[in-house]
Design a binder for this molecule. Structure first.
Ligand SMILES: C[S@@+](CC[C@H](N)C(=O)[O-])C[C@H]1O[C@@H](n2cnc3c(N)ncnc32)[C@H](O)[C@@H]1O
Length: 198
C-alpha cells in the first residue's frame, strides 16, 4: 500500500534518516556479509536506506525497489550517479520479486511489511529469493504505534491481519528464515536479522 501525505512527510524527514543510520550501524556491527554480496532492498522509499546499505556493506550488486514510482524517482536521484553497473532501482512489489530462487545474499526491509496487506506472502517471497544462509535485515513497527487512537486517523495502513512480535516471528520461522538476532521494544517494534536455513 502506498503512503499518504502524512507518512511520506515522516519517511522523508531527516529524523528518519538518522534513525535508519543507527539501525544500519547495529546491523553492520551484528552481522557481516560475504565479500561481493548481492543485495536487495524492498520498499526503499526515497533511497536513504539503500545509500546507507551501500556505504556500510559495499555489496557487489545492490537493487532497490518500491511500489510507488514517486519514491523510486527520488531514490534514483539520490543513488544513481556513475555507479549504474552496481546499483539499480525499479518499481516493484515485495510480494512478487523479480529474482530467481536463491539469487541473493541479503534482503533489507525498513518499515515495509506493515504496509503490505499480504505481509505473510511478502515474507515467503523474501525467503524464496535468499540463498541458503542468506540474511534478511528487518525493521518493523507494530499496530500500537501506527493504529492507535491518534495515528489511525492520520496514517494510512492495511487494517486486517496485522502483526505483533509473535506473529512476525512465527511467519519468518514458517518461511524458513527464523529470526536470529533482535532488538525489540515490546508492542512498539523490532529490528532484527533472520537467516535462511541451510
Ligand atoms: C514506511 S515507508 C519506508 C520507506 C523506507 N524503507 C524508509 O525506511 O525510509 C514504506 C515504503 O514501502 C513501500 N511499499 C508499500 N507497499 C509495498 C509493496 N507491496 N512492495 C514494495 N514497496 C512497498 C511504500 O511505497 C514506502 O515507500
Amino acid at each position: 500500500m502506498k503512503l499518504n501525505w502524512a507518512e511520506r512527510w515522516v519517511v522523508n524527514s531527516p529524523t528518519q534518516v538518522l534513525k535508519q543510520r543507527l539501525e544500519l550501524r547495529w546491523m553492520k556491527n551484528t552481522q557481516s556479509l560475504v565479500e561481493g554480496a548481492k543485495v536487495l532492498e524492498v520498499g526503499c522509499g526515497h533511497g536513504a536506506g539503500a545509500h546507507l546499505i551501500n556505504e556500510s556493506f559495499r555489496p557487489s550488486l545492490l537493487h532497490a525497489l518500491d511500489l510507488d514510482v514517486r519514491m523510486v524517482l527520488k531514490a534514483k536521484a539520490r543513488l544513481l550517479g556513475g555507479d549504474e553497473e552496481r546499483i539499480s532501482l525499479s518499481v516493484g512489489d515485495v510480494v512478487h520479486l523479480p529474482f530467481k530462487d536463491n539469487a541473493l545474499d541479503a534482503v533489507f526491509g525498513f518499515g515495509v511489511l506493515h504496509h503490505v496487506p499480504d505481509w505473510r506472502g511478502a515474507v515467503r517471497e523474501i525467503a524464496r529469493v535468499l540463498n541458503s544462509g542468506g540474511h534478511y535485515f528487518i525493521e518493523e513497527l507494530y499496530p500500537t504505534l501506527y493504529q492507535n487512537i491518534i495515528t489511525k486517523h492520520i496514517l494510512l495502513h492495511p487494517k486486517e491481519d496485522r502483526f505483533f512480535s509473535h506473529d512476525l516471528r512465527d511467519a519468518l520461522k514458517d518461511a524458513g528464515i527464523p529470526l536470529n538476532k533482535t532488538r525489540e521494544v515490546k508492542k512498539a517494534g523490532i529490528i532484527g536479522i533472520a537467516i535462511k536455513k541451510r
